[in-house]
Design a protein around this ligand. Structure first.
Ligand code: GLC
Length: 560
C-alpha cells in the first residue's frame, strides 16, 4: 500500500460527524441554528478530531420531514443563512483539514417543489413524467409505508388530475421518476452544483427507494433497464469532478444485498454504506450482554473491494431502527433499552439516545464508543454523542433525538440567546439537560466523556489498520466478550470488549506470533502484555472493560 493510496482514499480513515445546522449553533439569536454559528464551532470540531462533516438537509423546505422535503435543490434555507454563509463553512472547515459532505435527497421532492406543482397541474405538463403516476385504484400497500403513524398507502390520490402518485415516505414527498432521463440529468446537475462549491461528496438518502422502479410502466422500464447503472454513473461523475469525492449511502437492507449497492466485488457504485445490520446486532448484543450476535453479523458482513468502505455508527438522526432483527429479538432490545411505548416508534425502533438507554452508566457508555472506534470501518458520530446528550421524549417522533446542541450550562444550553419559546426545538431536560451535560464543563475535565472520545479519535487516527484492515473475530471462550483483530500492512491491532458488568480474563491465541512479540496497550499508556512461545496471552478486563492492543516485535522502535 502506498502513502498516496491512503491519502487519496481519505474516507477509509475518516471521522464523520453528522449535524443539523438548525440545531447546532444560533449566531443571530433568532432561535434557529445557522451557518455562521456552525462556522464559529468548526474549531471545536477540529479539536475533537473530526475529519469530515455531514450536513443534514439545509435546503429550502416545507419542513414536513425536518428538511428531507426539499423545494429547491440549489438553495439554502434562508433561516439558516445564505449560499455565501455555506461557502464560508466549507472554506473554514477545509482550512482546518476537514471535509464537508451534504445530504442528497433525490428519491423525492417536496410536494411544493415547482416540478411537482407543475406535474400535478395537468396530465400534459412537461413535468408530469418527473413523478410516478397510476390511473387505477392501487391495491393495499399498508405494509410498505415508511411512516405507519401517518400513512397507510404509498399512493396518494390527486384530486385535480384524478390519478395517484407514488410516495415512499410522507404524502407530501412525491417520489421522483428515476426512469426519466431528464430527472437523472437534474440529479447530476444538482450534485455538480454543490461539488463546485467545494464539498467532498454526499450522504445519499434512501438509496434503494431512489433507484427502485415501482409503479412505472414497461416502456419506462425499457429505457432504464439497470438501475445500478445509474449509481455507477453517479460514482464516476463524482470521481471525475473531484478526484476523491464520495457517496455514502443509506441502504438499510440485508448485508448480501448491500454488496450490490457497492457494485459487487469490484465496487464502482456507492463508496460507503452504513452498516445497519451491524448496528442492530450491536444493540441485541448489548441487551443480552452476549457478544455473539454482533460477532455473527461482523463475520457475515460481505467482503468488499478496497475502494469501498463500511460506515459504522451507534446512533443516527432517525429512530434507532431494529427492523432487521426478528420480532422476539426486537422485543428484547425494547425491554432492555426502551420499555415504555413512548420510547418506541413505528413498532420497529427507539427514539432515545444511547446514554439514557444505558442509564447513564459511564463505564458501559465508554465501552460502546471504544467498540465503535475499533470496529473495522469508518465511524460516524451524531452531534452531541461526544458529550453524552440524551433525548427529549416530549418532542414528537424522531425529533426527540434532534434537540439543540448543549454548549454550556447557561440559558438554552448556550445554543441561542433567543427566548426559550422561540427556539427551533426545546432542549433536553433533566439529568441529561445542559446543566449536567455540556461542552464547556467537559472541555476542562480530563475525565469527561468528551476527553475520552477525543482520545479514542486520536488513537483511531493513529491506527490506519482500523479503516483499512483485514478483519477477523478471534475465537475465545467467553460469550460476553468480543475479541477482534485488524491487520493491515505490517500492523496488527487486537481489540477486546467486555459487554458484561463482571470483570474477566480472556485467553487469546494470536496466530503467527511468539514470545518475540508483545502487545502494547494503546489506551493505557506504557502498559505491555507478554506473549508466550505459542502466541498465547491472557487479557484482563474490568466490568464493561475494553482494550486496544497493538502487536509489536519486542525490539520495535515504534512509539505506538
Ligand atoms: C431517510 C432519512 C430520514 C428521512 C427519509 C425520507 O431515511 O434518514 O430522516 O425522513 O429518508 O427522506
Amino acid at each position: 500500500m502506498r502513502i498516496s493510496d491512503t491519502s487519496d482514499l481519505w474516507w477509509k480513515t475518516a471521522v464523520i460527524y453528522c449535524l443539523d445546522v438548525q440545531t447546532f449553533m444560533d449566531w443571530n439569536d433568532d432561535g434557529m441554528g445557522d451557518f455562521t454559528g456552525l462556522a464559529e464551532r468548526i474549531d471545536y470540531l477540529a479539536e475533537l478530531g473530526v475529519t469530515c462533516l455531514w450536513l443534514m438537509p439545509f435546503y429550502p423546505t416545507t419542513d414536513r420531514d425536518d428538511g428531507y422535503d426539499i423545494t429547491d435543490y440549489y438553495g439554502v434555507d434562508p433561516r439558516l443563512g445564505s449560499a455565501g454563509d455555506f461557502v464560508e463553512v466549507v472554506r473554514t472547515a477545509r482550512d482546518r483539514g476537514m471535509r464537508v459532505i451534504v445530504d442528497l435527497v433525490v428519491n423525492h421532492t417536496s410536494d411544493k417543489h415547482p416540478w411537482f406543482r407543475a406535474a400535478r397541474s395537468s396530465k400534459t405538463s412537461p413535468f408530469r413524467d418527473f413523478y410516478v403516476w397510476r390511473d387505477t385504484e392501487p391495491p393495499s400497500t399498508k405494509a410498505e409505508v415508511a411512516f405507519p403513524d401517518r400513512e397507510d398507502s404509498i399512493w396518494e390520490h390527486d384530486a385535480k388530475t384524478k390519478e395517484w402518485y407514488l410516495h415512499r415516505f410522507y404524502r407530501t414527498q412525491p417520489d421522483l421518476n428515476i426512469t426519466n432521463p431528464r430527472v437523472r440529468d437534474e440529479i447530476v446537475k444538482t450534485m455538480g452544483f454543490w461539488l463546485e462549491l467545494g464539498i467532498s461528496g454526499f450522504r445519499v438518502d434512501a438509496v434503494p427507494f431512489m433507484i427502485e422502479t415501482t409503479g412505472v410502466d414497461q416502456a419506462e422500464l425499457d429505457r432504464f433497464p439497470d438501475p445500478h447503472e445509474f449509481l455507477r454513473h453517479l460514482r464516476s461523475f463524482v470521481g471525475r469532478r473531484t478526484g476523491d469525492g464520495i457517496l455514502l449511502g443509506e441502504v438499510n437492507v440485508p448485508h448480501r444485498e448491500q454488496k450490490l449497492f457497492f457494485g459487487g466485488k469490484n465496487g464502482g457504485e456507492l463508496t460507503m454504506q452504513f452498516d445497519f445490520i451491524g448496528m442492530q446486532n450491536l444493540y441485541l448484543s448489548l441487551a443480552r450482554q452476549d457478544a455473539r450476535p454482533l460477532a455473527r453479523a461482523l463475520r457475515r458482513r460481505p467482503a468488499i473491494s478496497s475502494e469501498s468502505q463500511w460506515a459504522t455508527f451507534v446512533r443516527n438522526h432517525d429512530e434507532l431502527t431494529l427492523d432487521k432483527l426478528s420480532e422476539s429479538e426486537r422485543e428484547e432490545v425494547f425491554d432492555a433499552f426502551g420499555p415504555e411505548p413512548d420510547m418506541q416508534l413505528y413498532g420497529r425502533g427507539l427514539r432515545r439516545r444511547l446514554p439514557p438507554m444505558l442509564d447513564g452508566d459511564p463505564r458501559r457508555l465508554r465501552m460502546v464508543y471504544s467498540l465503535l472506534f475499533s470496529l473495522p470501518g469508518t465511524p460516524v458520530l451524531f452531534y452531541g454523542e461526544e458529550i453524552g446528550m440524551g433525548e427529549n421524549l416530549a418532542i414528537e417522533g424522531r425529533l426527540a433525538v434532534r434537540t439543540p446542541m448543549q454548549w454550556t450550562g447557561q440559558r438554552n444550553g448556550g445554543f441561542s440567546n433567543a427566548p426559550p419559546s422561540r427556539l427551533r426545538r426545546p432542549l433536553t431536560e433533566g439529568s441529561f439537560g445542559p446543566e449536567h451535560v455540556n461542552v464547556a464543563s467537559q472541555r476542562s475535565d480530563p475525565e469527561s466523556l468528551l476527553a475520552f472520545i477525543s482520545m479514542l479519535i486520536k488513537r483511531y487516527r493513529e491506527s490506519p489498520e482500523l479503516g483499512w484492515a483485514d478483519f477477523a473475530v478471534l475465537d475465545q471462550p467467553l460469550r460476553h466478550v468480543l475479541a477482534h483483530e485488524c491487520a493491515w500492512d505490517d500492523r496488527r491491532i487486537v481489540a477486546v470488549h467486555n459487554l458484561s458488568p463482571e470483570s474477566c480474563t480472556v485467553p487469546l491465541t494470536l496466530h503467527h506470533c511468539d514470545s518475540s512479540y508483545h502487545l502494547l496497550d494503546l489506551l493505557r499508556d506504557s502498559d505491555h502484555l507478554e506473549l508466550d512461545d505459542s502466541g498465547r496471552v491472557e487479557v484482563t478486563l474490568d466490568g464493561y472493560g475494553y482494550r486496544w492492543l497493538r502487536l509489536m516485535p519486542r525490539n520495535s522502535r515504534r512509539l505506538a
